[in-house]
Design a protein around this ligand. Structure first.
Ligand code: SAH
Length: 282
């Protein structure tokens, strides 16, 4: 059996089995960046809901339609969507603990008939072809070891003309420079893979049979979240060191003090539509 060290190769499902509740307690139940004004004023909770609303606006679904939430976290964004638009939502996560917790949240909210969460891997979706009107992936794409495979699965799950919205980080510049210590430490801590550039995303979408219809650079609005996240990590450092691994956590905090990650990574909302004849229609 391969022994895993405390700090390396801890799979993403184990990270979210433990980190979700901790982040929900000390960051916010929305495990994503907030949408701020230029000054970063106001609560993180309100900013995170504003970011969810930015995605809801772009997914443009109607009552009764069926939406897939790829990487559901605590289930909070999916429940907000279901309330706002009267849709049915199926959320998935690689962490069973998250889907158990999210299903409990849905029951408590009285929405269990419309919002359910399944333990599943985005790179092998257990759903029929063309069974969703829309899909969103809020800060989950960066965790996929094979983004092309995940996008192929998403395209297969969408009906022709169905819409995908991705909210995630992207690399500024050409993306061809040397790897960056602050990005590397973020990726190691949160079990992510360095994101593509915006052009790289567009290519990935096109290869999966998804046509980019809108790309909105929200870097200016999302950047204040980095400071809030750093404060959160400092505020609960013993717990985060335990969950992320002590060495990884120490390297992360050092690199966050040394460099401004928002200079390297931006934040975008990408909207795409499944073309009538995607290559992965299998
Ligand atoms: N979208 C949520 C959570 C973002 S955190 C929110 O905005 O609050 C990233 C999420 O992606 C976690 O729920 C994690 O478990 C999930 N995830 C990571 N890799 C995954 C995979 N391969 N398949 C499904 N979910 C995955």
């Amino acid at each position: 059996m391969v022994r895993r060290s405390e700090d390396h190769e801890r799979p993403v499902e184990r990270l979210y089995d433990t980190a979700s509740e901790l982040l929900a307690k000390s960051y916010d139940a929305n495990l994503h960046f907030g949408y701020w004004d230029d000054f970063g004023n106001g609560s993180l909770a309100a900013a995170a809901e504003r970011m969810t609303d930015q995605v809801i606006e772009r997914i443009r679904v109607k009552p009764g339609q069926r939406v897939l939430d790829v990487g559901c976290g605590t289930g909070t964004p999916a429940l907000r969507l279901a309330r706002a638009r009267g849709v049915e939502v199926v959320g998935i996560s690689i962490s069973r603990r998250e889907t158990d917790g999210a299903n409990e949240r849905s029951r408590r909210a009285g929405l269990a008939r419309r919002v359910r969460f399944d333990h599943a891997d985005a790179m092998a979706l257990p759903y029929a072809t063309a069974s969703f009107d829309a899909v969103w992936a809020i800060e989950s794409m960066s965790h996929m070891p094979d983004r092309a495979k995940a996008l192929g699965e998403i395209a297969r799950g969408l009906r022709p003309g169905g819409r995908l919205v991705i909210a995630d980080g992207f690399l500024h510049g050409t993306g061809t420079g040397p790897s960056n210590p602050v990005m590397d430490s973020m990726c190691a801590a949160f079990r992510m893979h360095s994101p593509p550039t915006l052009a790289g995303y567009e290519d990935l979408l096109a290869s999966a049979g998804l046509r980019l219809t809108e790309s909105t650079d929200l870097s200016r609005h999302a950047r204040h979240s980095m400071a809030r996240l750093t404060e959160t990590l400092k505020g609960d450092s013993a717990e985060f060191a335990r969950v992320l691994g002590r060495g990884t956590f120490v390297r992360l905090m050092e690199s966050l003090c040394e460099a401004d990650v928002t200079k390297i990574v931006g934040y975008a909302l990408l909207t795409a539509e499944r073309t009538a004849d995607p290559r992965n229609s299998g």
